[in-house]
Write a protein that binds this ligand. Structure first.
Ligand code: MHO
Length: 210
């Protein structure tokens, strides 16, 4: 099928609202990659990237202070769980080592009591001692959105896909918060996305834009 502005708008209109989703925040190095990887996961509805973990007010990419690049996912807890994310997070880095540069450190931000409980259960079940691992485990205090050009970074590099969002009348904020953009950003980065209704892919790999 062909990706059209209507396909994108329909997909986004059908997506769960923000009061039906929960939010998880992690840091795993340069945020472009995990933004795409996690955005492709079935049940992840929206993604965004930003800066957190430090104390500097109003950080920016070129003036980050003590903050770290983080990504945030809004997910449907009936489809995917916080434990699923933890499994992926701990597969994608070595908790016995930390990246020296604060910008790229590995952090699990447990934001709620439920997330903290799930995290401690996960660590215990996998024999990770929270006092021994190098992965930072922190309460999310403040999340600062990154600049627009960092949001859906892989998608932004695909002219043919971006043209469809532009034709649909999406501005930078619409693109950042678009469920379709989260999937197509994953696709643009080479991730498999499931053949979800409306963004169905002919061979389950390729999206043909007009
Ligand atoms: N400096 C690297 C990583 C960017 S990431 C947003 C690059 O330009 O590829 O830190």
């Amino acid at each position: 099928m062909t990706l059209t502005p209507a396909t994108i708008r329909d997909y986004d209109n059908r997506a769960p609202d923000s009061d039906e989703t929960e939010t998880a925040t992690f840091a795993l190095g340069c945020f472009w990659g995990p933004d795409a990887e996690f955005g492709a996961i079935t049940g992840v509805v929206r993604t965004r990237v930003g800066y957190a973990g430090g104390t500097k007010a109003n950080p920016s990419y070129h003036d980050l202070g003590d903050h770290t690049e983080v990504f945030q996912v809004d997910y449907d807890p009936e489809v995917v769980s916080y434990t699923d994310f933890l499994a992926r997070v701990f597969r994608s880095h070595d908790p016995r080592r930390q990246t020296p540069k604060t910008q790229y450190q590995n952090i699990v931000f447990a934001a709620t009591a439920a997330q903290r409980d799930t995290l401690h259960t996960y660590l215990e079940a996998n024999s990770y001692d929270p006092d021994e691992i190098e992965t930072r485990i922190e309460q999310l205090s403040r999340f600062y959105l990154a600049e627009d050009y960092h949001q859906k970074h892989s998608l932004r590099a695909k002219r043919s896909l971006m043209e469809v969002f532009e034709e649909a009348g999406y501005d930078d904020e619409d693109l950042r918060e678009s469920p379709a953009a989260a999937k197509l950003n994953g696709h643009a980065a080479g991730r498999e996305i499931s053949a979800e209704h409306g963004l169905e892919l002919p061979d389950n790999r390729t999206i043909h834009s007009r």
